[in-house]
Ligand binder design. Sequence first.
Ligand SMILES: NC(=O)c1ccc[n+]([C@@H]2O[C@H](COP(=O)([O-])OP(=O)(O)OC[C@H]3O[C@@H](n4cnc5c(N)ncnc54)[C@H](OP(=O)(O)O)[C@@H]3O)[C@@H](O)[C@H]2O)c1
Length: 267
Amino acid sequence: MLEGKRVSVIGVGRIGEALVRGLQARGVRAHVRGSVRHPDSLARLAALGIDATLSNVEAVAGCDVVVLAVKPQVMPGVLAELRGHVAPGTLVITVAAGVPAARIEEALGPEVPVVRAMPNTPSVLGDGMTVVARGRHATGEHLALARALFDAVGKTAVLDEGLMNAVTGLSGSGPAYIYLVIESLAEAGVKVGIPRDTSTLLAAQTVLGAARMVLELGKHPALLKDDVTTPAGCTVDGLMELEEGKLRVTLLKAVVKATQRAQSLNP
Ligand SMILES: NC(=O)c1ccc[n+]([C@@H]2O[C@H](COP(=O)([O-])OP(=O)(O)OC[C@H]3O[C@@H](n4cnc5c(N)ncnc54)[C@H](OP(=O)(O)O)[C@@H]3O)[C@@H](O)[C@H]2O)c1
């Protein structure tokens, strides 16, 4: 869907660059250009092989898709600059945490379709999880176009915008929860005698492998857990410790708390 499209990324930082690299890695022949704030950053964009500018107005001229990838606090200034410069019908995708699609619609006008997206950091490696939500004026086709963009850096799902704080609490913050799990498992490996490097490899690859089993076999995680748990074996003893330590309810509460925090930041 993105072949031949003119895509402009406003704010080619970590997420913007991940998107550009994802499109390039997938061989998508879109015409990508981008804008940044500091003159020093232009060389980074040149190295990425995209047209670069410090002018957001110049960046959006003649574009089919505009990706707003600046920090939320920078967004009001960028929207004020772009007002009247985004052509009607140009799809605007925002990845800024906590900025509602309605705010972009108000700023750019009702003729501009908006899709809001919440990616996460593994997008940098092409293993991201992005949820997209349709703004008031976006059609199914706009949503599909936005999805095609984020499919280049991982998996995508569609939800109502009202669930974006929940998405932030689960897949947005989620990598941090899992790093804690990996760090703890690696430490445990050290405790039982495994060298630290190998222990970290064992922990991280185990998380990756388990995630792939869930995604690729399509089996319920509880059934996969049962497959590893031999009667009177070792795993059941480990699971008992996790249950006693309230791992399930702790993870549940972590997502609830992070969702509430996102809600309080973006009422
Ligand atoms: N990182 C994540 O995991 C993640 C996940 C979900 C959503 N997001 C959202 O993605 C957005 C970007 O986050 P990030 O982590 O990629 O930030 P980042 O690495 O700091 O990148 C921001 C980019 O915006 C550019 N910029 C700043 N002011 C600008 C302006 N006025 N006009 C044009 N460009 C400007 C910066 O240019 P310079 O390079 O010249 O400074 C920088 O390249 C945020 O809104 C965040 O909420 C991020």
